[in-house]
Design a binder for this molecule. Structure first.
Ligand SMILES: Cc1cc2nc3c(=O)[nH]c(=O)nc-3n(C[C@H](O)[C@H](O)[C@H](O)COP(=O)(O)OP(=O)(O)OC[C@H]3O[C@@H](n4cnc5c(N)ncnc54)[C@H](O)[C@@H]3O)c2cc1C
Length: 369
């Protein structure tokens, strides 16, 4: 097998996988590198109905229409008032519940084996014509060097290439998600919609149905939330959730495993360069309140693959155009998000809500490259 590629993709989450799939369909020689086999915690992501034309365009709608993914009838939230109502951000139509790990595996199954490398990118260096990427196999620890004309970083929130290139990061807030996958103890009468958001004095909670038997529960808060660091232990959740209704009822009596995940909003100071670009959470990360993360990651993958194809044939402005349009998307998102946080005015003394509502002016973010 030759180790020379048109494109190496760092990371095989949804953004890396869709980028690899698109580049492969365009006839490029691509390899996607990721060590992961199964997710540590399932996040029960929801997608809006508006994702359907894009999924159709990408040839992925049929996958979405298969189990375990399902249509859901919307989301309710208690936000700015104590009653649960149809969420203002929801467009009134149905949405989709996806099992992200199954969806990525389904897409990866359509790629030839030689496009996937189970391992980690451990070093990259630029040369005149492109990149050398040193990868370490997750199967036997062996190391290989892949030569590539282009590199896509789709390595998630931490971002691999941004650290190598020492790119600045614009972070707009601090938000941590304490997440658990637990048995569903709510009856259908308790919980009709499959997504429930509830604001409380020191943050907000989310119940998102994984399947008939399990829920994903999450508490979103920050360092201003009393007892913040204790929330990694499930025994502290009941106390904090006393002022929620559905969420409190969904908490199991038995201890359960909790994972703390960074859920802050950020965009990197550059999204592309001469022969590289960032996609998905590695480029820009969204507050899960918006349900934008996965949809935008797929959209970025579509646009990234077009920009790469153009860049490799000498169209120099394609990558700049990619960066520009992604930055515009991010600016609209920030304005929408800050407006949404400002709608919750019940807790004027709460440090959490004050920190969320501190940004009064529409944020304008300009990202070069
Ligand atoms: C609690 C929570 C709830 C959410 N809910 C929603 C929702 O309802 N709807 C929605 O649209 N979005 C939601 N999101 C956001 C969504 O999950 C993400 O935006 C999306 O999964 C990002 O995908 P990605 O492919 O960019 O990154 P990731 O899924 O993080 O994938 C990155 C991959 O890169 C790999 N990697 C990292 N470093 C290397 C390396 N050096 N070499 C090789 N591989 C590497 C990792 O193993 C990983 O597989 C939620 C997020 C959270 C935290």
């Amino acid at each position: 097998m030759s180790n020379k590629y048109d494109c190496v993709i760092v990371g095989g989450g949804i953004s890396g996988t869709v980028t690899a799939w698109q580049l492969f369909k365009q006839g490029l020689k691509v390899v996607m590198v990721d060590p992961r086999t199964a997710p540590v915690m399932r996040l029960a992501e929801s997608l809006p109905a508006s994702v359907e034309p894009m999924m159709h365009r990408l040839g992925l709608l049929e996958l979405l229409q298969q189990e375990p993914h399902s249509m859901h009838s919307g989301q309710v939230s208690s936000w700015g008032e104590s009653v649960l109502r149809k969420a203002p951000l929801s467009d009134g139509h149905h949405g989709w519940k996806v099992d992200k790990s199954v969806l990525t595996t389904q897409i990866q199954a359509q790629l030839p084996e030689q496009c996937l490398f189970r391992g980690k990118v451990v070093e990259v260096s630029e040369h005149k014509e492109g990149w050398f990427c040193r990868v370490k196999s997750a199967l036997d620890g062996s190391e290989h060097t892949l030569e590539s004309r282009f590199v896509v970083d789709a390595s998630g929130r931490q971002g691999y290439l941004p650290r190598v290139l020492n790119l600045p990061r614009h972070t707009f807030d601090k938000l941590t998600a304490f997440v658990a996958n637990v048995p569903n103890k709510l009856s259908p009468q308790d919980l009709l919609p499959s997504v429930v958001v509830e604001a409380f004095e020191h943050g907000w909670t989310l119940i998102s149905r994984l399947n008939a038997d399990e829920n994903m529960l999450a508490i979103f808060c920050n360092q201003h939330t009393p007892g913040f660091s204790q929330l990694k232990h499930s025994r502290h959740w009941h106390n904090l959730a006393l002022n929620t209704s559905c969420f409190y009822n969904a908490l199991p009596e038995q201890p359960f495993t909790v994972k703390a995940i960074n859920a802050s909003s950020h965009i990197m100071g550059r999204l592309s360069g001469k022969n590289w670009l960032l996609a998905g959470d590695a480029a820009m990360a969204f507050d899960p309140l918006s349900s934008h993360g996965m949809t935008t990651a797929i959209y970025m993958a579509e646009k990234a693959s077009q920009a790469i194809q153009a860049a490799l044939t000498g169209e120099t402005t394609a990558l700049q155009q990619y960066s520009k349009s992604m930055t515009e998307i991010y600016n609209s998102y920030l304005n929408e998000l800050f407006g949404y946080y400002r709608r919750e005015q019940r807790f004027p003394d709460s440090e959490f809500w004050r920190s969320k509502q501190g940004i009064q002016e529409p944020a304008v973010c300009s990202v070069v490259g």
